[in-house]
Design a protein around this ligand. Structure first.
Ligand code: CTP
Ligand code: MG
Length: 219
């Protein structure tokens, strides 16, 4: 069944770890701002009927679409940017797909998969099985324990959540003054299950200058 999906594309934030005067999501990758790669991919997905771009005014002109296009300003933290976008959702929207514009290589096939799982479970995210061995350490870098790799996923976006569940989850976060690092984190707080869909490693997030080199190599 087809549903009405609103997409939220997060293009706010200063990129402290990237540490560049232009925010990382607007650096050119092969003559195109990084944020436009995933914007164009979202435009290919039929069920997405509106795209809410969270962005500073000066970058709005980059985004053109045949779908309904809305611009909202973000906030200090990623969660504040998402919260602002939720206020702009069309009333008729049934699911919300949230994506980090710093992930230029999200592909249509993976996006369709996560949408399908969200329809079944109300909340789903892309992610990749942990590749490195992950250890927990103390504050002066001594090992405490090795974590079981089979239980660990590196979480990506898009994350797709049924609209009412997402709004309820975010209202809970703000009512209780909580911090979350991704959208499924809000859903978890309501003790609602989230399905993880195996994504592709190409859909990594450009976080540091090294990641930009990798993106250039891929292009
Ligand atoms: N983002 C946002 N609003 C914020 C912070 C982040 O819209 N206040 C967006 C970024 O544009 C990015 C995505 O959320 O596409 C993932 O965030 P991250 O990679 O952490 O970006 P920054 O927060 O800008 O970087 P850093 O954490 O290094 O400061
Ligand atoms: Mg951040």
């Amino acid at each position: 069944m087809k549903n009405k999906i609103s997409a939220v594309l997060l293009c706010f934030g200063k990129g402290l770890r990237f540490n560049n005067s232009t925010p990382k999501q607007f650096i050119n990758l092969n003559n195109k701002p990084i944020a436009l790669y995933s914007f164009e991919t979202l435009n290919l997905i039929d069920e997405i009927f509106e795209i809410i771009v969270v962005v500073e005014k000066e970058y709005e002109h980059f985004f053109k679409s045949k779908k309904i296009l809305k611009f909202v300003l973000g906030g200090d933290r990623r969660q504040d940017s998402v919260f602002n976008a939720l206020k702009a959702l069309d009333q008729t929207s049934e699911y919300v797909l949230i994506h980090d514009s710093a992930r230029p290589f999200a592909d249509v096939e993976s996006i369709n998969k996560v949408v399908l799982e969200a329809k079944e479970h109300k909340a789903a995210t892309l992610g990749c099985k942990a590749i490195d061995l992950i250890k927990r350490v103390d504050n002066i870098n001594f090992n405490i324990e090795s974590l079981n790799r089979n239980e660990l996923y590196a979480i990506q976006t898009p994350q797709v959540i049924e609209k009412n569940l997402l709004i309820e989850s975010y209202n809970y976060v703000y009512k209780n003054n909580l911090t979350i690092l991704d959208d499924t984190g809000a859903v978890e707080l309501l003790n609602h299950k989230v399905k993880i869909v195996e994504g592709k490693r190409e859909n990594f997030k450009i976080t540091t200058p090294f990641d930009l080199k990798v993106a250039q190599a891929i292009i």
